[in-house]
Design a protein around this ligand. Structure first.
Ligand code: BYC
Ligand code: FE
Ligand code: FE
Length: 471
C-alpha cells in the first residue's frame, strides 16, 4: 500500500481503481484542475522542463524521485500514510474510542468546513505566486518556486480526495468551488486573509514560505491528530512535503541577509542599495508584515469553534500524543492578556477555548528559532543588528487584538500614534518600490541576483550551476 500506483490516470496509494464511482468523480474533476493550473498557475512556464521531485512512496526514506518534468504533466496524486489497524481517538470527548473511518454525522459540517478551509489555501498560494517566475533571482530559486507550487497543487488534490470520498454531493460542490475562488478577488476571494494578500516580490515569497507555510505545518500537525483517520493520514504525508517549503523561506531570507551583511562588512561606508542589495531594516519590515498576517491564520484567541473541534476529536494540538498527557483538557486554563474596554486584563481562559492560542504559541516559538538563525549571520559578519518577531498583538486583523492598536512590542497605543509610526514598522511605499525595482529575472545557470547570496548546495546533491529549469 505504501507504493504509489503510477499506471493510473490519478497516481495513488489508496487503491482508487477498486472504487469506480470515486475514480470517475475525481477523473471528472481533473480537467477543471488542469484548466485552473493553466490559467492561474505559473502560466508562462508551463512548457519548460523543470527539475522536480515527485512522490513515489510514502516511506520516510527515499519517497522522492527527481527528474525534468513540464509542470502540467506533473503526476499530482493521492498519497496517504499507511493505515494503522487499531488507531484510537487521541483527545477530546471521544478519547480512546476507535478512530473514525467514515465521517460521523454529528461532526460532518465541522469537518467539511475545516477540510475546505485547508484546501482553499493551497490553490490560493499558487495564485499569489503565479508571476514570480519572471523575476526569480536564480534558476535554483525558480525551480524551488515551482516545486512549492506543484506540491501546493498536490495538497489541493489531497483535500479534494477527502471531499469526494467522504462528503457526497456537497463535497463535490465544494471541490468545484475550490477552483472558482480567486486570491485577492474582491467578489470571490479565498477564505483566509493572508491568502488574499499580494505576494509580488521574492522577499515576500521567502517571508511567505517562512511564516505562512509554517502556519500550514502547525495546522497540518493538529489535523494529523484528528479522530477522522483519513484526514490524519492525509495530513501526515503532506507534512513531509511542507518541510521543503519552510526550508525555502528560512534559507531564502537567510541568503538575502547574508548578501547584505557581506556588503556591509566589506564596504562599511557605503549604502548597500548602491550594490543592489536589500537593507536589513527593509527585510525586518517585511518580516513584521508576514509574521503578523500569519499569526492571524490561527484564528481568535478565545474560540468556541476551536473548543468544539477539540471536544469532538476532529482537531487536536500539535504533537498531541508526544507532548501532552492530559488529552481531555477539561480542567486546565490558559493565562491570557484579554483586550477588553480598551485595556489588557490578565484572565484565565478554559483551555479548550484557548486551543488556537496554544497552537499559535508553538508557531511563535519555532519562528523565534528561525530568527535566531538569521541573527547568527549578522554576528558572523560583525554586524550589530538583531532581527525580532513582532509581538503577537501587532497588526492583527483577526481575534481580539484586531480591535485595538499595538506597537511592535505589544504596547497598546492610540490610532493617531499607530498612523504616525506605521511606516517605521511595516514596509513603506518607498521600500516596496525599491524591492520591486530589484525584481529582474536572473536566469543564467549558477548566477544570482545582486541582492541574494548563493545557496549552500544545489538540489538533490547536484551542483548549484545545474540548469534546474530549461528556459
Ligand atoms: N482570515 O473562532 P475563530 C496552509 C474566521 S495554511 C479570515 O476565530 P476558528 C498553506 C473563521 O473561519 C493552513 N477569516 O477561528 C500555507 C471563523 O469564520 P466563521 C490552513 C478567519 O474557526 C501556505 C471566524 O473567523 N489550514 O496550509 O477557530 C501555502 C471566527 O473563527 C481567519 C487551516 O487553516 C483568517 N485568518 O479557526 C499553502 C486549517 N481566521 O465560521 C498552504 C483549517 C479565522 O465565523 N482551519 N477566521 O465564518 C481551521 O482549523 C480554522 O478554521 C482556523 C480558524 C484555524 C482558520
Ligand atoms: Fe500546502
Ligand atoms: Fe506549503
Amino acid at each position: 500500500m505504501s507504493t504509489v500506483d503510477y499506471s493510473q490516470r490519478i497516481p495513488n496509494n489508496v487503491d482508487l481503481k477498486s472504487d469506480r464511482r470515486l475514480q470517475r468523480a475525481l477523473e471528472a474533476w481533473q480537467p477543471g484542475y488542469i484548466e485552473w493550473w493553466r490559467d492561474m498557475g505559473p502560466t508562462d512556464f508551463n512548457e519548460k522542463d523543470v527539475y522536480l521531485r515527485t512522490a513515489i512512496s510514502v516511506e520516510a526514506d527515499g519517497w522522492a524521485h527527481f527528474d525534468y518534468v513540464q509542470m502540467p504533466d506533473y503526476r499530482w496524486g493521492i498519497f496517504l500514510e499507511p493505515h494503522a489497524a487499531d488507531r484510537t481517538i487521541g483527545f477530546g470527548d471521544h478519547l480512546g474510542e476507535p478512530a473514525w473511518q467514515q465521517v460521523p454525522g454529528e461532526h460532518r459540517n465541522a469537518l467539511r468546513r475545516i477540510i475546505v478551509t485547508q484546501a482553499d489555501t493551497e490553490p490560493a498560494s499558487v495564485e499569489q505566486q503565479r508571476l514570480l517566475g519572471h523575476t526569480a533571482p536564480s534558476l535554483y530559486d525558480l525551480r524551488n518556486l515551482f516545486q512549492v507550487n506543484v506540491e501546493e497543487g498536490r495538497h489541493l488534490w489531497a483535500m479534494v480526495y477527502l471531499l469526494h470520498s467522504y462528503f457526497g454531493r456537497d463535497g463535490r460542490e465544494e471541490a468545484d468551488e475550490l477552483l472558482q475562488r480567486r486570491s485577492g478577488n474582491p467578489d470571490h476571494p479565498r477564505i483566509l486573509g493572508t491568502f488574499n494578500e499580494p505576494c509580488a516580490d521574492w522577499l515576500s515569497f521567502f517571508c511567505f514560505t517562512m511564516f505562512t507555510d509554517r502556519d500550514g505545518k502547525f495546522q497540518l500537525l493538529s489535523l494529523s491528530e484528528s479522530g477522522f483517520d483519513p484526514l490524519a493520514r492525509t495530513c501526515r504525508f503532506m507534512l513531509t512535503e511542507e518541510a521543503h517549503h519552510m526550508f525555502v523561506g528560512q534559507t531564502g531570507v537567510a541568503r538575502i541577509i547574508e548578501r547584505t551583511c557581506a556588503l556591509m562588512q566589506e564596504h562599511p561606508d557605503r549604502d548597500v542599495t548602491d550594490f543592489g542589495a536589500i537593507p536589513l531594516e527593509t527585510i525586518q519590515h517585511y518580516v513584521h508584515f508576514w509574521a503578523a498576517s500569519s499569526n492571524d491564520l490561527f484564528g481568535g484567541e478565545i474560540s468556541s469553534n476551536a473548543s468544539n473541534f477539540f471536544a469532538a476529536g476532529i482537531k487536536g494540538r500539535a504533537y498531541e500524543q508526544k507532548k501532552h498527557s492530559d488529552h481531555m483538557a477539561t480542567d486546565g486554563t490558559y493565562a491570557m492578556e484579554v483586550w477588553e474596554d480598551g485595556r489588557l486584563n490578565q484572565r484565565d481562559v478554559p483551555l479548550r477555548n484557548a486551543m488556537n492560542e496554544v497552537l499559535r504559541d508553538e508557531f511563535i516559538t519555532e519562528n523565534e528559532k528561525g530568527i535566531a538563525y538569521w541573527n547568527k549571520i549578522c554576528t558572523r559578519h560583525g554586524i550589530d543588528y538583531a532581527f525580532t518577531l513582532p509581538h503577537r498583538r501587532f497588526n492583527r486583523k483577526i481575534g481580539m487584538y484586531s480591535e485595538g492598536w499595538f506597537a511592535l512590542d505589544g504596547t497598546p497605543i492610540s490610532e493617531t500614534e499607530w498612523l504616525a509610526r506605521v511606516d517605521q514598522w511595516l514596509p513603506s511605499q518607498k521600500e516596496r518600490d525599491y524591492v520591486s525595482s530589484l525584481m529582474v529575472g536572473c536566469h543564467e545557470p549558477g548566477k544570482m541576483a545582486s541582492w541574494i547570496a548563493p545557496p549552500a548546495r544545489g538540489i538533490n546533491g547536484q551542483p548549484i550551476e545545474v540548469e534546474y529549469v530549461r528556459l
